[in-house]
Design a protein around this ligand. Structure first.
Ligand code: GUN
Length: 294
């Protein structure tokens, strides 16, 4: 039987529906959640992602601002902008859209976002909360891994006790994904570009998560029959089409569940950004106690 599709657009719709009463409760208290995005340079894909985030804010009633700086601006100008956004009480979330143009110190900029407004979850404090296993006091979880776990939960896919294999080790996606799954009771293998015999590792996965950013990396023979396959890759093919890391059509014949690209993890990442912004606003308004990471 071909794999069932984990439809990120549909699941994100459920997430937004669950956020609406929380936003209404905030508005009742005189607080409209607010999100600011800082974008540096003219990366076309980034502009599109930022537009999607702004559209999601508008549709659900979250205030949003986009601050565009030229690629040749100074790092000081970017840091000054972040300080202003950190201080602005209208804003509960602040993100620095990645990638940054060459020459910028990504770490320095990401660490300059106020911890309680770090709705991307990229600050070391928030990443450290994931290592700690309960998120610390103000833990905000990186959006893509949080979106994946939310999808699995929504579909009723058990995480605890399963063997998950994560391909990719970036701090914000691969490593955070692995930690989140460990916190949920999975046994996790992390593979990356230096892993010999990727196929042997991948084939042992009950839940296979591809986050390498290489189109066609995961072929059907790497998938254990009945595995859940989550494709986090977003790759632009030479003909302009988008593709994930997984060869989708063939993988559908092996997997029990699979995410498409586009329309899988991508919409969930945006939905989790909105959810984190609402959570951050609730904490500011005293409506929500500092809570645990998933
Ligand atoms: N660029 C690609 N994905 C992301 C993301 O989740 N957050 C930010 N800030 N930039 C990105």
């Amino acid at each position: 039987m071909p794999a069932l599709i984990l439809d990120g657009v549909a699941i994100a719709r459920h997430v937004y529906a669950s956020l609406k009463p929380r936003i209404a409760a905030l508005v009742q208290c005189g607080v409209q959640p607010g999100l600011a995005a800082l974008q540096i340079g003219g990366n076309a894909a980034s502009r599109l992602y930022v537009r999607n985030k702004v559209r999601a804010c508008t549709e659900i009633g979250i205030y949003s601002e986009v601050h565009q700086l030229d690629a040749d601006c100074t790092e000081t100008a970017a840091l000054t902008m972040l300080e202003q956004l950190n201080r602005n009480p209208r804003l509960h979330g602040v993100i620095v859209q990645l990638p940054l143009p060459p020459g910028f110190d990504v770490r320095r900029l990401l660490q300059s976002v106020a911890i309680e407004k770090d709705v991307d979850g990229f600050n070391w404090s928030n990443l450290g909360g994931l290592v700690d296993g309960h998120g610390g006091l103000k833990g905000l979880t990186p959006c893509t891994p949080l979106g994946v776990v939310t999808m699995l939960d929504h579909a009723g896919i058990t995480i605890e006790g399963r063997h998950a294999v994560v391909i990719g080790r970036s701090p914000s996606v691969g490593k955070s994904m692995a930690l989140l799954l460990i916190n949920r009771g999975a046994t996790v293998t992390v593979c990356h570009s230096k892993t010999p015999d990727l196929t042997a590792h991948a084939f042992r996965a009950d839940i296979l998560i591809a986050a390498a950013g290489r189109a066609g990396l995961v072929t059907a023979d790497m998938i254990k029959p009945g595995a859940v396959v989550i494709d986090i890759g977003i790759n632009r093919l030479p003909d302009g089409r988008l593709a994930g890391d997984v060869t989708f059509a063939a993988a559908c014949e092996r997997a029990s569940w699979i995410t498409p690209v586009p329309g899988g993890v991508g919409p969930m990442t945006v939905a989790m950004l909105i959810a984190n912004t609402v959570t951050a606003a609730e904490r500011t308004a005293g409506l929500r106690a500092p809570s645990a990471v998933v």
